[in-house]
Write a new protein. Structure first.
Length: 403
């Protein structure tokens, strides 16, 4: 058995996998002329758009920045309402609040953690004020929401897919499997490339869309709101000299942000993108091993069920555990595992339970979200792991649960 004092044996719940090709890609940028947003970002965006089958890809500094940019592109404001599943990270809901829109929390399937059509219908039916303008479906842990159903039921609403967990996943659209990010129903899809995600850029995010209008707004909002195209200048006197555009001139028609991605990050992302399929396959094999072993642990332990109609790209390996039935607590189990060199995490505390949102909106019952949260535990999952590592995790989990 591994010695818990040996830090090299520690298995975190997630970790990037960087090889020499990734290092060389970054070194090439460091030795070149561009460090900030430049040709590496353009190449990364083009490759990503091609990979997912979208017309536009817009890189940014984080997934959170991307969600904020998407909310800006939708022109959300006071009185507008965005439907968000409660089981997600804070950033999904916060993006609406950044632009003064309100959040309408929807429940989720207690076995998958994924928001369903009936959850959205129930949330909207219970609204007391405001106008729903958009739905932010979350493709949790690497499997997907049925966006086909949402688009059919609510064709007037814009879908902003939070696909932070789902780079490389596919969903069933019109009877065929389609890459997440292809934006088959319009709207925008947002990805994260944080180090624990399937591909890493350090910090980083990426948005895809097929809308020229959305793409233009997204690019402008990530760069201070600057407008450099002469045909769009509002002040013609300042923007032109002797009938030609002034080469230094720019305008700001509305405030933007510094949400740019650097060429350093983009070079790493482009190199990682070339390994996406192998990363997805390895994560899938490791999760299948977890499934096989956890199935033998009895009725109080199971892997998170898979949402229908998708081919997942697993970001997390989530076990659903009835801690009370096993006469223990999640804290006790996580502490015992940490002492044996195994890191775990909880994804996520339902956002409607956060003090800010609980104080802002009337308390509501979301039993699916609460049931999922009460049982979920994210186990180590990253491509550098082996099946022996999975066996070790399950062995120690079994001991910690007293099974």
């Amino acid at each position: 058995m591994n010695d818990a004092s040996d830090t090299r044996s520690f298995l975190p719940y997630g970790r990037q996998m960087i090889d020499e090709a990734d290092e060389q890609a970054v070194l090439d940028v460091l030795r070149g002329d561009w460090l900030t947003t430049g040709p590496a970002v353009e190449a990364y965006e083009a490759a990503f758009a091609e990979r997912v089958g979208a017309k536009h890809a817009i890189a940014c500094s984080s997934g959170t920045a991307g969600l904020h940019m998407a909310a800006i592109a939708l022109d959300l404001d006071f009185g507008d309402v965005v439907v968000v599943p409660s089981v997600t990270f804070l950033a999904t809901a916060n993006a609406a609040r950044y632009v003064k829109a309100d959040v309408l929390f929807a429940d989720v399937d207690p076995e998958t953690g994924v928001m369903r059509l009936e959850d959205v219908q129930r949330a909207i039916a219970g609204m007391s004020k405001g106008t729903v303008k958009a739905i932010f479906p979350v493709h949790l842990t690497g499997h997907t929401v049925n966006v086909d159903e949402l688009a059919a039921e609510f064709p007037e609403l814009v879908l902003v897919e939070d696909a932070c967990h789902a780079i490389g996943a596919e969903y069933e659209i019109g009877g065929s499997m389609t890459p997440v990010g292809s934006c088959p129903h319009g709207g925008i899809t947002m990805f994260s490339t944080h180090p624990v995600k399937t591909i890493a850029t350090g910090e980083g995010g990426l948005l895809t869309t097929n809308s020229d209008r959305f793409a233009e707004t997204l690019r402008r909002s990530r760069n201070h709101g600057l407008v450099r195209e002469p045909e769009k200048f509002l002040n013609k006197r300042m923007g032109f000299e002797d009938g030609v555009p002034a080469p230094w001139y720019y305008e700001m028609h509305e405030p933007g942000y510094n949400y740019r991605l650097s060429d350093i990050n983009a070079a790493l992302g482009l190199s990682q993108l070339g390994k996406l399929d192998s990363f997805v396959a390895k994560r899938s094999a490791l999760r299948a091993r977890y499934q096989e072993l956890l199935d033998a642990l009895g009725p109080h332990v199971a892997m998170q069920k898979v949402a229908p109609g998708c081919s997942p790209a697993w970001h997390l390996a989530v076990a659903l555990i009835d801690f009370a039935a096993l006469d223990t607590t999640r804290t006790a189990v996580m502490t015992a595992l940490k002492e044996r060199g195994i890191g775990t995490q909880v994804h996520y505390i339902p956002v409607h339970r956060q003090p800010y949102y609980a104080n802002r909106y009337q308390p509501k019952s979301l039993p699916g979200a609460d049931a999922y949260y009460a049982r979920c535990l994210s186990l180590p999952l990253f491509p550098a792991m082996s099946e022996d590592d999975v066996d070790r995790v399950v062995e120690e989990l079994t001991k910690a649960l007293g099974i």
